[in-house]
Design a protein around this ligand. Sequence first.
Ligand code: 5GP
Length: 222
Amino acid sequence: YIQADPIIIPDSFEGYPLRYFNLPLHYRDDLNYVLIPYGLVQDRIEALASRIFHDLTINIPEQLICICVLKGGYRFFSDLISKIQNENRLQNNRSLPMSLEFIRTRSYINDYSSNQLEIIGLSDLNNLKNRNLLIIEDIIDTGITMVALKEQLEKFQPKTIQVVSLFTKRRKDKQCIFKPDYCGFEIPDHFIVGYALDYNEYFRDLEHICILKESGVAKYKI
Ligand code: 5GP
């Protein structure tokens, strides 16, 4: 059975040298190494899609409301949904109908989490009462965003709320206050970019999950 818990990337993992990858010229000098190659991200998402599909179609399937947390979550959302759609095409005795919603959260300035969390688009969500929700998030760091978001969504009185996050971070200082139901990878306490995760709006247009060089951090600081 496919694991819902993350693949653990140990602190000792030094990543993959850049020279083995095709990287955009405009970011090559700003990166230190590749932490997780795009292909591995895709394989893990495919496995998560299959696990979610099997878990949520045990009973008569009800429409699942998939909530995309923009902007960082858009690639994961899109790939996860399309892989669940593949399951819908391939399995002929099970299916999982879905509807798609979009919200936006923002808490990061430079590479640290600020205390002010903005949630945009909640007022556009209607009809969540008695529905099954799946929140699709890119990364959980302190867990503050997810706790706040879940609290806001509870107000709509949904039947269930589940959370899938592509990454969680193993924090050095204190424990994360939120554990997702499904997770792709647990990473060391580094700031990651790529695959739609940004640093001040840069690096979303990079395929692999990478760690920045000091000079890259300085170059795009605001
Ligand atoms: P939390 O509230 O759990 O501390 O932070 C969650 C949000 O912070 C994520 O949705 C993401 O937008 C941002 N974030 C946390 N860690 C990282 C990181 O390593 N890289 C990037 N690009 N964003 C991060």
